[in-house]
Design a protein around this ligand. Structure first.
Ligand SMILES: N[C@@H](CCC(=O)N[C@@H](CS)C(=O)NCC(=O)O)C(=O)O
Length: 216
């Protein structure tokens, strides 16, 4: 394994943000290699980056042993390769529940609001800002309704989605809530989720992963 794993990253990518949190929680030092998704830069679509990841999306992770795209695949790999700090419950039922929560966010909310979808809605289909805002909010609110019920059932004390320690579920929830707040989606109906996000954001691993614009 190389001394410094590389995370191909963009500060505001919520999928990359999931991985940054997991790396921090596990205490894995890594090098962040910026791939600018900023319209006009579009480095994710460059030939050089597509040679690495033909999907043209971030994140991409390479530690010299495994080189892979897809944040959930990366989280699962990190779990296998760095099991000293577990981010999945130690029983099958809990693990299945956490995976289900994560895929609810990663497969059923995030892809509907991703950058290329936004570009298509606003550019190709010509949605105005209000129509786009309604689309964006709809899919977050729809997904967060079941996420709220899940967290209310499974969180031990309101600090984490499942049980009393951080899991992949928190790695997925916190970035999705960041996206919601970025686009002013009201989260008043999700007190359990908001409490968890705010509690997680007090922890160093989450703070250090928080999106910071390098050009600000
Ligand atoms: N399912 C992928 C999603 C990756 C993804 O959509 N990344 C976004 C940033 S959050 C991206 O690279 N978007 C670039 C684009 O849409 O052109 C994962 O979980 O890694």
């Amino acid at each position: 394994m190389s001394a410094s794993p590389k995370l191909y990253d963009y500060w505001r990518s919520s999928a990359a943000y999931r991985v940054r949190i997991a790396l921090n929680l596990k205490g894995i030092d890594y090098e962040s290699v910026p791939v600018s998704l900023k319209p006009g830069d579009d480095e994710q679509l460059s030939e050089a980056y597509r040679e690495l990841n033909p999907q043209g999306l971030v994140p991409f992770y390479d530690d010299g042993v495994v080189a892979t795209s897809q944040s959930i695949a990366i989280l699962e790999y990190l779990e296998e390769a760095h099991s000293d700090v577990p981010l999945l419950p130690d029983d099958e039922r809990g693990t299945a529940a956490v995976r289900s929560f994560c895929l609810g966010i990663a497969c059923d909310i995030h892809p509907l609001n991703n950058l290329r979808v936004i570009k298509y809605l606003k550019g190709t289909l010509g949605l105005d800002d209000d129509q786009f805002g309604a689309w964006y909010a709809h899919w977050i609110l729809e997904g967060f309704r079941s996420a709220e019920a899940f967290a209310a059932e499974h969180s031990s004390d309101g600090r984490f989605v499942y049980g009393d320690s951080p899991t992949h579920a928190d790695c997925c929830l916190v970035p999705q809530a960041y996206n919601a707040r970025r686009f002013d989606v009201p989260l008043d109906d999700f007190p359990t989720l908001v409490g968890i996000v705010d509690a997680c954001n007090e922890l160093a691993a989450f703070k250090d992963a928080y999106p910071v614009d390098p050009d600000a």
